[in-house]
Design a binder for this molecule. Sequence first.
Ligand SMILES: [Zn+2]
Length: 70
Amino acid sequence: MYIWCLHCECVYPSKDWRKKGQQYGFCPNCGASEFTDGWNWSKLVKYNGYPKIPEVGKHYPLYPESGEKF
Ligand SMILES: [Zn+2]
């Protein structure tokens, strides 16, 4: 499972966000809280047609410029 950060718009596997046993963690890139800023990657896949398996650490904007390809 992948989690996307609303703050820096980058995506990381959930294990990179959470320490062992934690229900919610923090963005490995910017430190934003998963509870408030972590979105399930599947949402972005649905909204933007992004690949189901994202490139870890890549910047995926919430609102891609029209015509931008991923
Ligand atoms: Zn972040």
